[in-house]
Design a protein around this ligand. Structure first.
Ligand code: UD1
Length: 320
């Protein structure tokens, strides 16, 4: 099978590329390099420089020999999505519709889509299962929910089959250091910790220490990017086997607080980090953890990384 990996030059996309290549899939990366990086293009993968807003380029990319699509090309900064929804509407929603339409026109049936725990909004209960109401509280999360809904319709109308993978917090790097591209202007916790550790940033601010959690800081479900990547090949194989669409959470089920991450990072790095406590960040739920049984049952997916220090080490090793 040859897979078109849209957004394949990004952080998660490069790990998906690696997993696909290791499992013997053909890989064509389609990326506009707006946030992705050429260093993330792995030997063995073809590359098309193109935008998901360019319908002709998408149709061309899908015109021959593509058996499935992995779609990871999206903007993902929650705060930015609240300030400039129009950018997120165009890039995430219009772009995804262009992909579904190109697939329909070219007869490409299978799509694995990068969705997010952000579709759930403020949790009504923890851990979050896939049946939890879809009530996003930021525009980024809404774009993911809107794409899921469109995929559901296209599947219902017989045009495609899809796997919607709702990622929790993606962290880590391939342990063999084969992927070296760093995100520009990172907004997520672990890359920010790395910048604080290497002096690129003066200090880390922990957003809030008065949450209703054991140590007062927010709890998240951190899942290693190589584990996430493996779920994509499992999902593609499942779609190719029975053509039945599905939606699954990808998390470990284990919650880790911001303070626990900072403590673990200090252990891995071997010295104290410069950090302080800042006010809460708007829109942050206290706890977000996944019930990930469905991915386990449906795909046989089992996260291999469960130790947060080991996960952080895969990032720190790369920094050095
Ligand atoms: C958010 C989205 C998630 C999305 C991801 C992509 C929500 C609820 N979650 O994850 O769906 O896929 O972004 O970018 O919308 N923190 C600090 N200091 C910092 C940075 C972060 O204390 O400088 C804390 C945050 O408050 C949070 C935790 O670290 O509690 C993780 O933050 P982050 O890495 O930004 O991810 P989420 O906000 O959980």
């Amino acid at each position: 099978m040859r897979i078109l990996v849209i957004g394949g030059a990004g952080y998660i996309g490069s790990h998906v590329q690696k997993q696909l290549l290791e499992e013997g899939f053909g890989v064509t990366v389609f990326d506009d390099l707006s946030s992705g990086d050429r260093v993330n293009l792995l030997p063995g993968a073809d590359f098309i420089l193109g935008s998901i807003l360019d319908k002709k380029a998408l149709a061309h990319a899908m015109s021959g020999g593509i058996d499935g699509v992995v779609h990871l090309a999206a903007k993902k900064a929650v705060g930015e999505s609240m300030e400039w929804p129009e950018i997120y509407a165009e890039n995430n929603i219009c772009g995804a519709l262009n992909i579904l339409n190109a697939m329909t026109a070219c007869g490409v049936r299978h799509i694995v889509f990068s969705s997010s725990a952000a579709v759930y909004g403020m949790p009504r209960y923890i851990p979050l299962d896939e049946a939890h109401p879809i009530e996003p509280i930021n525009y980024y999360g809404y774009t993911k929910a809107a794409i899921e809904e469109n995929m559901r319709w296209y599947a219902r109308l017989g045009k495609i089959d899809y796997a919607a993978l709702r990622y929790f917090n993606a962290v880590g790097y391939a342990a063999d250091k084969s992927i070296t591209g760093k995100e520009r202007n990172p907004q997520n916790l672990l890359p920010i910790i790395m910048e604080a550790a290497t002096g690129k940033r003066e200090k880390l601010s922990i957003f809030g220490n008065d949450y209703d959690t054991p140590d007062g800081t927010c709890v998240r479900d951190y899942v290693h990017v190589s584990d996430l990547a493996r779920a994509h090949t499992l999902a593609l194989k499942k779609l190719a086997t029975d053509g039945e669409s599905f939606t699954v959470n990808l998390g470990t089920g284990k919650g880790t607080s911001v303070k626990e991450i900072v403590d673990a990072a200090e252990k891995v790095i071997g010295r104290k980090l410069n950090y302080d406590y800042a006010p809460r960040r708007a829109g942050d739920p206290a706890i977000l953890t996944a019930k990930a049984d469905k991915a386990r049952q449906l795909l046989g997916w089992e996260p291999q990384y469960t130790d947060i220090e080991e996960i952080i080490r895969t990032v720190w090793n790369l920094e050095q």
